[in-house]
Design a protein around this ligand. Structure first.
Ligand SMILES: Cc1cc2nc3c(=O)[nH]c(=O)nc-3n(C[C@H](O)[C@H](O)[C@H](O)COP(=O)(O)O)c2cc1C
Length: 382
């Protein structure tokens, strides 16, 4: 077991429970919740766990490797850290902690446009290896400027997002009056007072800000003005007209995240994208939608030889990673699991979570006698 593995937390659920104790309620609920009635949040994990693998014990076996090639880059494991907004609000300095862990463990880290560190800082921490997820700006000049910054920071992969044409309807966040920076209602102050580690770290690192967007934001916005700025600055609805200029401009790999239908997968191929992340945003957008493992199976089978197919949403273990890959994903991403890790263990959380997922996945690979990650589909029970 890697030295970064903390034996007190041998599952993502242990990390989640510990994170819940250490984070203020408004921050934990923002991280943990889905949308509406949380139906798709639970469906993601439960349907993924219906995938079963066949062991083959009586074979010669010379070891398993988690190493995976993706877009010409060599990674040490077939999973990465999904883009998550407002990270510093959930745990201070968390995007920096996760970017560093990803760099040290040689897995991809995707920086969200609306998180709390900048493109340039993430690139510095990862020596130019971090990917960047773009929320689509309304103004072309802003879009071009952000893309140029990602290019100057040597991001190898740009990820555009198609599943946020409107904000998810999230009752907890509405109830909690979630805002950036956090709205200090009496209720929120009481929650923060009960979480000394979070409060101390927030004092140390300061109030979280949208660091990538800072150059474009008027100074001294109050909460209402900030909300208005965000609504005016981004328009989440993507289409061919918006994707074409990005494809023309971006010379690196271009990935679209949030694809959950074969129609959108076909459009992505037609527009010359390099990869798709089959995802439903961790069940945070369309509660009436399918779990991601369902469209993954058909998309991978139909289009896997034309475009790189990856998946996120609902993955909570190395076994879940194996299930996704066996179903057809070439690579997987996890959002909440890594944030639970940091919420539970602070600066050690990123490396511990990576070590945990690697140990679990390695065990599955040895159990089914799979030499390489790409052999996992042979073990899928159909
Ligand atoms: C709190 C939170 C914030 C998120 N923010 C973003 C974001 O800014 N951009 C993005 O592309 N996806 C965002 N996502 C979606 C994740 O990238 C990913 O698709 C999702 O977390 C995967 O599901 P999982 O949490 O079950 O692993 C967010 C997810 C969570 C939980």
């Amino acid at each position: 077991m890697a030295s970064s593995f903390n034996t007190k937390y041998p599952s993502i659920d242990d990390l989640r429970n510990k994170a819940q104790k250490r984070m203020p309620k408004f921050a934990f609920e923002y991280l943990d919740g889905g949308c509406n009635e949380d139906v798709n949040l639970h469906r993601n994990t439960s349907e993924l766990r219906e995938v079963q693998l066949k062991p083959q014990y009586l074979r010669s076996y010379s070891g398993s490797s988690l190493k995976t090639k993706l877009f010409g880059m060599d990674y040490d494991a077939p999973f990465g850290i999904a883009p998550v907004g407002l990270q510093g609000l959930m745990w201070p300095n968390s995007p920096e902690i996760l970017a560093k862990a990803a760099f040290e463990e040689n897995i991809p880290f995707i920086l969200s446009t609306v998180t709390t560190t900048s493109i340039e800082r993430a690139s510095e921490i990862t020596e130019g290896k971090s990917w960047f997820q773009l929320y689509h700006p309304t103004e072309n000049s802003l879009r071009d400027d952000i893309i140029k910054r990602a290019e100057a920071a040597h991001c190898p992969v740009l990820v555009i997002l198609c599943d946020v044409p409107t904000f998810g309807f999230r009752p907890r966040d509405i109830r909690n009056g979630l805002a950036m920076p956090p709205k200090m209602s009496i209720n929120n102050i009481l929650q923060v007072l009960g979480k000394p580690a979070w409060a101390l770290q927030t004092l140390k690192y300061g109030q979280p800000n949208f660091e990538t967007l800072k150059p474009y934001m008027p100074k001294g916005l109050d909460l209402k003005q900030l909300g208005k700025f965000m609504n005016q600055t981004f328009s989440g609805r993507l289409n061919a007209e918006k994707i074409k200029p990005i494809r023309d401009m971006w010379k690196g790999k271009l990935v679209i995240k949030g694809v959950a239908s074969h129609e959108d997968a076909e459009e992505a191929i037609r527009l010359g994208l390099d990869g798709i992340i089959v995802s439903n945003h961790g069940g945070r957008q369309l509660d009436a939608g399918e779990s991601t493992i369902k469209p993954l199976a058909t998309i991978a089978e139909k289009y896997g030889d034309q475009i790189t197919v990856m998946m996120d949403s609902g993955i909570r273990s190395g076994s879940d990673i194996a299930r996704s890959i066996a179903t057809g994903a070439e690579f997987t991403f996890l959002g909440r699991s890594f944030m639970y890790g940091v919420g539970a263990l602070g600066a050690q959380g990123g490396e511990h979570t990576i070590a945990l997922l690697k140990a679990e996945l390695q065990q599955v690979m040895e159990q089914v006698c799979s030499k390489n990650v790409s052999d996992l589909p042979k073990h899928l029970i159909k």
